[in-house]
Design a protein around this ligand. Structure first.
Ligand code: C2E
Ligand code: MG
Ligand code: MG
Length: 766
């Protein structure tokens, strides 16, 4: 019971630990993903902010280009003749020398101009149509009044990829021409290739609207060559289409690419010029990595806390389990011998009875306290341990045993038949007697053993309790004697003992409560057919209405001495009844009361009876005292003396059940009785073949009795034939069912004692 409760608790604890762990994991996962989201958002906003910064730097760079052109344009005038053109060429060359432009040019409204490139003589009168189309469109826009920057183109002069700035040149508020300059795209390299890009945690490429790389950062992690971001490892599947769409709409987009097993988040930030984009890649270092590091730290910390919690839980669980094992040891094991204890035995017995039958034996060391006293506690303990070891060897599979207390052990054997069980126990006891150390110390070790068997079925719990109680009764029986004894529980005997025990515990109160009642059975005068008397027979009517007959309690009362009290009580009842007849004017009849041996020899017996008769004012001759012939066996003289005393008072003495035991005519001759009751055994089962012999014996006895002036009563007259027989042999009186069964005194009165005239009994065959 305790075990199953503990296991249930442990299972509960495991479940709780699992739930807490799962909750922690889920919380941890959520927290971690939240942190990642926060970190990702932080990195994105950081990257976006930086991209914005770089975008404005690029714009500033372009702005400074326009600034230079704008300052120069203020000094230019519309050329009208050769001299003007050569002055303009000189001005352009000087200006070119003062800045980093690759080339500078001026185109007039007639779409002809002068181009001044590095290390080259100014090219005069150059038609605009000969310029690269990208540069042409920028110049055209400027001529129309709008400053512009061209897309990239291959310079025919420098043979490099360049772009052109172009601004309108005004004179008197009117556009007189366009001032242009080309610059190498690499002017942005310095801006984009610094170490501090994205806080050192990334790099930036400048890409064109078609995805081509305009400026490549030297810090790129991707080593494979690609002309556009659509080549190489940058975009895949859905992200490519998303990126294309975003770039068409000049929108900012966050995405990621995977290179050599690592994922790199990137941002495409529109520059706002010619469809250019900043391709910002986060390499996970620098500031971003610091943030990643911090979330990693938090993750690690969380994992540590989780591990700690798990550790504590596992440790707690183990402690609980060990504790429960300790408890189990304490609850189920005998600390001295290591054998299981009675609690565990009971549990296992219940299980075993549920699975099938078996026998329970209670085995006890005879005189164990004496052994402890003589040989000391240590030796006595050793003996118990040896018994444990030896018993262990004798048991078979699915059999078990325990030590209860002192030298008492319980065993469960799967055999159910008495003989195999006895043989096994005898063998065990023999082994114990021979092997135990104490036996070698000149001490005759002995055991006593009670056994009870039970088959499967019914409620195992109740059956186990019953077996353990019964086996103690058997053990108690086996206790008597000095050698090793085995006693099997006897159900019938036990029932009888139980009843006796019940009777003994209730008899005193029952007497006080008037539960013992006097029944009367008539006696018939065989000659006159009249009622000659009645025998008082006790009946015990219990408080719950049961009727208990004398054979169930008289032998017990004779043993425990209560019979003396009961007989006197019955004698008093008889006196009371005679008194009541006399009081009612009914001629009394003699009543016989049965007297036990104990009462008969009590010192004040005669006096007590005399007092009774006197107290009720009845003549003692109305009371016949029935004694059993066994009384005469011990001391005839003492008996005769007592009889004499009683007869002297006036009581009559009857010898009951003559012929049932060791009756002898010799005894009859010696006893000075008044009446002889012939046992009903004479009539019982008398076959016609034996009838003559019985008749002869009866006749002889009756005749002897008559010669001794003893009247005779035939007991057990049940049939007319019985009556004929007893009448023939000369019996004086008859008693038996033929004349009436024992009935309550009131019922007897109603049947026989109503009127003074002679009462004739039925069954008078005369
Ligand atoms: P008992 O004194 O020999 O009484 C006669 C028994 O025979 C009675 O049994 C009675 O009911 C039974 N009996 C009478 N006629 C017949 C018959 O025709 N056929 C059969 N089969 N039985 C018949 P009961 O009342 O059960 O008493 C049994 C014995 O218990 C008595 O035998 C007597 O020895 C003893 N007893 C009864 N009452 C007392 C008592 O108050 N004190 C003592 N000490 N013993 C008593
Ligand atoms: Mg009797
Ligand atoms: Mg009798």
């Amino acid at each position: 019971m305790i075990e199953s409760k503990l296991q249930k608790k442990l299972r509960g604890a495991v479940l709780q630990v699992s739930i807490v762990t799962a909750v922690l994991l889920v919380c941890g996962g959520l927290l971690f993903s939240h942190l990642r989201d926060v970190q990702e958002a932080a990195v994105r906003s950081q990257v976006a902010a930086e991209a914005e910064e770089y975008r404005s730097r690029i714009h500033k760079q372009l702005q400074s280009g326009f600034q230079i052109l704008s300052s120069l344009s203020a000094f230019l005038e519309e050329p009208s003749d050769e001299e003007d053109w050569s002055r303009l060429a000189r001005q352009l060359r000087e200006a070119k020398q003062g800045n980093d432009f690759l080339s500078m040019a001026f185109y007039g409204r007639d779409l002809r101009g002068i181009v001044c490139a590095e290390d080259q003589a100014p090219l005069a009168n150059a038609p605009l149509a000969e310029l690269d189309p990208e540069a042409q469109s920028a110049v055209t826009l400027a001529l129309d009044g709008s400053p512009s920057v061209s897309r990239l183109f291959q310079s025919t002069i420098s043979q490099q990829r360049v772009f052109a700035y172009s601004i309108p040149v005004y004179a008197d508020g009117a556009v007189i021409g366009a001032l242009s300059a080309t610059d190498h795209i690499d002017i942005f390299t310095d801006i984009l290739s610094g170490d501090t890009v994205l806080g050192g945690g990334g790099y930036i490429h400048l890409i064109g609207s078609d995805g081509s790389f305009l400026v490549r950062s030297p810090h790129t992690v991707v080593q494979t060559h690609a002309d556009t971001i659509y080549d190489g490892p940058y975009l895949s599947g859905s992200s490519e289409s998303e990126v294309r769409e975003a770039m068409e709409n000049q929108e900012r987009i966050f995405s990621a690419f995977t290179y050599e097993g690592r994922s790199y988040p990137f941002l495409l930030e529109p520059v706002g010029l010619n469809g250019w984009y900043l391709f910002c890649v986060n390499t996970g270092e620098g500031l971003a990595s610091a943030s990643a590091d911090s979330s990693l730290t938090i993750g690690v910390l969380f994992a540590l806390v989780l591990l700690l919690v798990l550790f504590l839980m596992v440790r707690g669980y183990r402690l609980l389990r060990n504790y429960s094992q300790d408890l189990r040891r304490l609850a189920y094991y005998d600390p001295l011998t290591g054998a299981e204890n009675a609690v565990r035995f009971h549990q296992r017995l219940v299980e075993a009875l549920g699975a099938g039958g078996g026998s329970v034996a209670a085995l006890s060391v005879r005189q164990f306290p004496f052994i402890t006293e003589i040989f000391g506690k240590e030796r006595a303990n050793r003996l118990l341990c040896q018994i444990r070891e030896i018993t262990d060897r004798h048991l078979r599979e699915r059999e078990f045993f325990c030590r209860d207390s002192g030298g008492l052990f319980y065993l469960f054997l799967r055999d159910m038949e008495q003989e195999p069980v006895r043989a096994r126990l005898e063998e065990l006891i023999r082994d114990l007697e021979q092997s135990a150390e104490i036996s070698r110390l000149d001490y005759q070790l002995a055991f006593y053993c009670g056994v009870v068997s039970a088959s499967a079925g019914g409620n195992p719990e109740a059956a186990a309790d019953h077996l353990l109680t019964s086996v103690l009764f058997a053990l108690d029986r086996a206790r008597g004697g000095h050698t090793s004894t085995i006693w099997f529980f006897d159900t019938e005997l036990h029932k009888k003992e139980e009843l006796e025990n019940d009777i003994e515990s209730h008899m005193h109160q029952a007497l006080l409560d008037g539960e013992f009642q006097m029944f009367l059975q008539p006696k018939k005068d065989l000659r006159s057919g009249e009622l000659a008397g009645a025998e008082a027979l006790v009946r015990w009517r219990t408080s719950d209405g049961r009727m208990i007959f004398p054979d169930q309690f008289i032998p017990l009362f004779e043993r425990n001495g209560f019979c003396a009290r009961l007989d006197l009580y019955m004698a008093e009842q008889a006196c009371r009844r005679i008194r009541s007849w006399m009081d009612r004017g009914i001629a009394p009849i003699p009543l016989s009361v049965n007297q036990s041996k104990r009462l008969f020899f009590e010192p004040d017996y005669v006096q007590s009876l005399t007092d009774l008769a006197r107290a009720y004012g009845i003549p003692p001759r109305f009371i016949t005292l029935e004694i059993l012939e066994g009384l005469a066996l011990e001391n005839v003289d003492a008996l005769n003396e007592k009889i004499g005393q009683l007869q002297a008072v006036g009581f009559r003495i009857s010898l009951d059940d003559f012929g049932s035991g060791f009756s002898s005519l010799n005894t009859l001759g010696k006893l000075r009785i008044d009446e002889l009751k012939l046992d009903r055994g004479f009539l019982l089962g008398v076959s016609s073949r034996e009838q003559d012999r019985v008749r002869l014996i009866l006749k002889e006895i009756v005749q002897i009795a008559r010669q001794l002036s003893i009247s005779t009563v035939a007991e057990g007259v049940e049939t007319a034939e019985d009556e004929r027989l007893v009448r023939e042999v000369g019996c004086d009186l008859g008693q038996g069912y033929l004349y009436g069964r024992p009935v309550s005194a009131d019922a007897f009165d109603a049947a026989f004692m109503r009127s003074p005239p002679p009462r004739m009994l039925e069954g008078n065959g005369a």
